[in-house]
Design a protein around this ligand. Structure first.
Ligand code: FCB
Length: 446
């Protein structure tokens, strides 16, 4: 199966999940509730009123899930830590039982020869911190750095890769601008500060890691090329704005210590003057950049869409996933080549890539998901194309290991390589998992 250009030796093959999406038992063993625990109890917030209370019961079934990872022949597993399991109030007291869960998980992975990649924050802020203003509070970077240090001290002897934040753009824009995600706030005044405090939090955690850690630390950003739907000047300008808004809002300060000037135009008077000293700290060097890639943005001008005046459209003449996201593998190559120009020496991991489809039920111990097989095959080819053009790509993590709780869309959107029957918690391999296992094996044999 491997053709003439295998992936490099040592390339890390993995799969990813996040705590709230898979663990379930959100309050077990003394854990404190998160903003997602609270948000899912808000009427109308999540499709069918679903919650992460059970999810995949990974908290109870983690051993069996590690066996699944081993069966797939993966080198690495990216998962996130629920802040509130470790620090139920968000700051201060450490909950030993919560920390023990992650100690066991890390040890269990290593026993099976699988490297852990840990995300410190995948959107589940402790509710106690939201009561103190959440990411709007200028103390939030300090809270995060203190939490991160607890984990570095406990686990860095066994963990080679740390991700500070997952997709801070999504938690800022959906959490504080559109209100579609927890904590469900809407408005223009908070998002610039929420973004800034998350970037400061990232920087404080990286600084703490430089003092305490001896492996690698980075951040995972959602990146996607923005293409205008037509060549009118208005649509072209809309695509440029959306590019600054999505791709550069977090990347520019991290790489260059400044925000794109377009953001001041987009937010108007709501855009603050940020302290230079913060931006200098945010620019601290990273060991790697995590890229989460799903689709491209096909963009049109739309004055009704505030504050951006630009909107992503779903093309009706192109294959799309169950999320209505266009299947556009060339955008992965484009994104990686764009990064090579901007940060030529920074190693890159694809920390998420995958697709939701309306899969059939399992038959004879297998789920047939040919469209996900195609999606994976095409995106792996797109990644390899980038490697051939000199991108320093070090690994690939499929999203997701398991079907899971897809945030405000609940359980209907299935992204897993492995099917989960949410009534019985039965796991069933999908054809895409078998494809991925064979693909990885072929790389090793090449
Ligand atoms: C990403 C998130 C991840 C999952 C996928 C589909 O934006 O990081 O948790 O929801 O999308």
């Amino acid at each position: 199966m491997a053709d003439d250009h295998p992936f490099p030796r040592g390339f890390l093959w993995g799969a990813a999940t996040s705590a709230y999406q898979v663990e379930g038992s959100p309050l077990a063993d003394g854990a404190g509730p998160s903003i997602w625990h609270r948000f899912t109890r808000t009427p109308g917030a999540v499709v069918n009123g679903e919650t992460g209370d059970r999810a995949c019961d990974h908290y109870g079934r983690w051993r069996a899930d590690l066996e699944v990872l081993a069966e797939l022949g993966l080198d690495a597993y990216r998962f996130s830590i629920a802040w509130g399991r470790v620090l139920p109030e968000g700051t201060g007291r450490v909950n030993g039982k919560g920390l023990d869960f992650y100690q066991r998980l890390v040890d269990g992975l290593l026993e099976r020869g699988i490297q852990p990649m840990i995300t410190l924050y995948h959107w589940d802020l402790p509710a106690a911190l939201d009561d103190r203003g959440g990411w709007c509070n200028p103390d939030s970077p300090r809270w995060f750095a203190d939490y991160a240090q607890v984990l570095f001290r406990a686990l860095d002897d066994r963990v080679g890769h740390w991700v500070t934040l997952n997709e801070p753009w999504v938690s800022t824009v959906l959490g504080y601008l559109s209100g579609d995600h927890a904590p469900g706030r809407r408005g223009l005044a908070e998002p610039p500060w929420v973004a800034h405090h998350q970037l400061c939090a990232h920087a404080e955690a990286v600084a703490a890691y430089r003092a305490l850690g001896c492996h690698q630390i980075g951040i995972s950003l959602n990146l996607e090329p923005q293409h205008a739907v037509s060549d009118t000047a208005a649509d072209q300008a809309a695509a440029v704005r959306r590019h600054a808004f999505i791709n550069r809002w977090f990347l520019d300060p991290i790489l260059f210590g400044r925000y794109p000037t377009a953001l001041a135009d987009i937010f108007g008077p709501a855009w603050p003057d940020f302290p230079d000293a913060d931006l200098a700290r945010i620019q601290a060097p990273l060991d790697f950049l995590g890229v989460n890639y799903y689709s491209r943005g096909l963009v049109c001008h739309d004055p009704a869409e505030q504050p951006l005046q630009a909107r992503r459209i779903t093309p009706n003449d192109r294959p799309c996933t169950a999320m209505d996201w266009e299947v556009y593998p060339a955008g992965l190559t484009e994104t990686l080549l764009w990064l090579k120009q901007r940060c030529p020496t920074l190693p890159i991991y694809i920390t998420e890539n995958g697709a939701a489809f309306d899969d059939p039920d399992p038959v004879a111990g297998l789920v047939q998901d040919p469209r996900r097989v195609d999606y994976l095959r095409e995106h792996l080819a797109a990644a390899r194309l980038a490697l051939e053009q000199g991108v320093d790509l070090r690994g690939y993590f499929a999203w997701s290991l398991l079907d899971n709780f897809e945030w405000s869309l609940g359980y209907a959107k299935r992204f897993g390589l492995v099917h989960v029957d949410f009534a019985t918690q039965q796991r069933t391999i999908k054809a895409s998992a078998a494809f991925y296992r064979a693909f990885i094996q072929a790389q090793r044999d090449a």
